[in-house]
Design a protein around this ligand. Structure first.
Ligand code: MG
Length: 253
């Protein structure tokens, strides 16, 4: 009896480990549930070796982080307090940070690295995020041999669209996101005129192809649009994991 019980508990633990996600969340327009545990995972692609140095910055880009100061950023209650050292900033549990400046349609380059020392699993491993207009998340997660629900892995539009492929590098290695974002437009009466769209290359590999957001990012619930300005602050998420960022620049479009 005791052995049977242990086997049962282990089986449940294994299921949870290999099939994270939910079976009771509402269904997206795609037919999949939000964070659907049954949703297939994208194929894994090796993007090649990480760049040794930060990549070049175009001459007309607005540099948001050059590895030295957080001058372009602030926290929810005053100054941004993420740690800056050795040319990168580190999420340190002091809360999300956002740019002082607002942006709308843009090209954005971000380099990030999940912690070299692997701790946690699924959504608890190397979780952060990049919120365009402060609302539309491109997920940052250590998705290297780390199973989570498909719409929550690295380069997912969180809770909506998994990436086309999993191009994640190993923990501790530098990774790049190159993002082209189009803000949504609303009519005077508040109706949606055109949705937010995003193209994302992860380590140079196309992972979101002019993909539509169904609304601002949400956890365990359906996204929906409510009229908002077509510009907003760029926000980086503090999800409690010491993710690193360097070389962040943006080109308004
Ligand atoms: Mg996140």
């Amino acid at each position: 009896m005791r052995i049977a019980l242990i086997l049962l508990v282990n089986a449940a633990a294994l299921t949870a480990q290999h099939n994270p996600g939910y079976t009771d969340t509402p269904k997206l327009p795609s037919g999949w549930r939000v964070h659907d545990s049954e949703r297939p995972h994208p194929p894994v692609v090796d993007p090649g070796p990480a760049p040794a140095e930060p990549l070049p910055v175009p001459s007309d880009a607005i540099v948001l982080f050059d590895g030295r100061t957080l001058d372009a950023w602030e926290g929810n209650k005053g100054a941004a307090k993420w740690a800056v050292q050795d040319g990168y900033m580190e999420v340190n549990g002091t809360g999300d940070i956002h740019t002082k400046q607002e942006f709308g349609d843009c090209q954005l380059h971000v380099e990030w690295a999940s912690p070299a020392e692997v701790k946690g699993d699924s959504q608890g491993r190397g979780n952060s995020g990049i919120f365009l207009l402060g609302r539309y998340e491109v997920q940052v997660l250590d998705s290297y041999e780390n199973v989570t629900y498909a719409d929550g892995q690295a380069a997912a539009l969180y809770g909506q669209h998994p990436p086309l492929v999993n191009a994640c590098r190993a923990p501790g290695q530098w990774q790049t996101y190159d993002i082209v974002f189009r803000a949504p437009r609303f009519k005077d009466d508040g109706a949606l005129e055109s949705p937010a769209r995003v193209t994302v290359l992860h380590n140079g590999v196309l992972v979101q192809d002019a993909q539509e957001y169904w609304g601002p990012s949400a956890h365990r619930s359906l996204p929906h649009y409510e009229k908002h300005p077509s510009t907003g602050q760029l926000r980086l998420q503090d999800h409690g994991n010491p993710v690193h960022y360097r070389n962040i620049w943006i080109r308004p479009l």
